[in-house]
Design a protein around this ligand. Structure first.
Ligand code: KG4
Ligand code: ZN
Length: 362
């Protein structure tokens, strides 16, 4: 079957066409129009600006996703749209466009939870069957959750952040370090450039810049808390204090790289420790990653090693990096598994679809 997916929950206007059959998902087109440059000026996403951009781009983006495949809307079997969670002004543009398309073409419409979409990015082009129970570490700009799935579409959130999401922490730390928005890729790039331990750095600095008393070291919040929850706001504050102690070093690239390296490693250490702790209790057959932060190469590789070293009977599944960040192929992928379970979606189902900023995963 052919599914058209639409996503506008944050700052990407996205539309994709997938072909799905017998759990085999192929992406035929995947168009993403990013507003990153626009929001970078403001240091984060401005909801009303995002909505204006979505309004401008949504129809051209949908049209492009169909044209790339050479098909018309009449050939689509199902339309799927992100109905939440997200920024309401942004969600409304996608939801209303999808409802209008459904009404005019008489193709059924279903609403998809944004995080469900991220999780189902793992099922795109999967060469092997993904085995349940599946434990998914969801790390995005708005969410940090450990989601346990006994089967398709069955979600139990076993741990989550008590304050900032992992991606949000990357974005806030990037702002502290003046690295721009979005912070994740900028911090990852700076961390990758970090070469010398701070101890060496002190010696080559030759006393020209004030010496650091210790190597930079940040806390691993809640790593020994005995539960599966996270907290990242204290880590962000630790970075802020560190840079306040050494404002004169902020112009120094290697210092910034070192701060990024240690911050990123602190986040990764906590994410991996909690994922392993949940895995030891619930014994999943598969562990996977999802959400924008899953594009982080260090996280991808270190989690893979941790799974291999610590969990003998658990396989590891990653979404392709092109499906890590917000996109509509993942929304269409989730929709396929929804319609497989409930084949009788009426053509006027659009009447029931609303946008919900705080939609729960269930
Ligand atoms: O899933 P996503 O595209 O949007 C939301 O649903 O929030 O995730 C965006 C988040 C941002 O916070 C961004 O900084 C982070 O993902 N991100 C990364 C990387 N690429 C994007 N974080 C760490 N390392 C990356 N390479
Ligand atoms: Zn997302």
């Amino acid at each position: 079957m052919l599914i058209l997916g639409i996503e506008t929950s944050c700052d990407e206007t996205a539309s994709a066409v997938i072909s799905a059959d017998k759990n085999d998902i192929s992406v035929l087109s995947n168009v993403v129009s990013s507003q990153v440059k626009l929001h970078a000026e403001w240091g984060g996403v401005v909801p009303n600006l995002a909505a204006r951009e979505h309004l401008k781009n949504i129809l051209p983006v949908i049209e492009k996703s169909l044209k790339e495949v050479g098909i018309k809307l009449e050939n689509i079997d199902l339309i799927a749209v992100t109905s939440g969670p997200g920024l309401i002004p942004a969600l409304l543009i996608g939801v209303n466009s999808a409802k209008t398309l459904s009404y005019t073409t008489k193709k059924p419409l279903i609403g998809i939870h944004h995080i469900e979409g991220h999780i189902y990015a793992n099922f795109i082009g999967a060469d092997e069957e993904i085995k349940f129970p599946l434990l998914c570490l969801v790390v995005s700009g708005g969410h940090t959750e450990l989601v346990l799935m006994k089967d398709h579409l069955q979600y139990e959130v076993v741990g989550q952040t008590l304050d900032d999401a992992a991606g949000e922490a990357f974005d806030k730390v990037a702002r502290i370090l003046s690295l721009g928005y979005p912070g994740g890729p900028a911090i990852a790039a700076a961390a990758a450039n970090y070469q010398l331990p701070i101890a060496n750095y002190q010696s080559i600095s030759n006393g020209k810049i004030p010496k650091l008393k210790n190597d930079i070291s940040f806390p691993r919040p809640m790593i020994n808390s005995g539960n599966y929850d996270f907290s990242f706001s204290g880590l962000k504050t630790a970075v802020l204090y560190e840079t306040k102690k050494h404002p004169e070093l902020l112009k120094d690239k290697n210092y910034i790289n070192a701060v990024c390296y240690e911050f990123q490693q602190a986040v990764i250490d906590v994410l991996i420790a909690k994922t392993l702790a949940v895995a030891k209790k619930y014994k999943p057959k598969t562990i996977s990653l999802a959400g924008g932060v899953s594009a982080n190469i260090e996280l991808r590789e270190q989690l893979e090693k941790a799974v291999k070293d610590n969990l003998k009977n658990t396989s590891y599944k990653l979404p392709a990096t092109s499906y890590s960040m917000d996109n509509a192929a993942m929304i269409a992928s989730a929709a396929y598994f929804r319609i497989k379970k409930n084949k009788d979606i009426p053509v006027d189902n659009w009447k029931k679809i609303t946008a919900d900023a705080n939609l729960e995963l269930k």
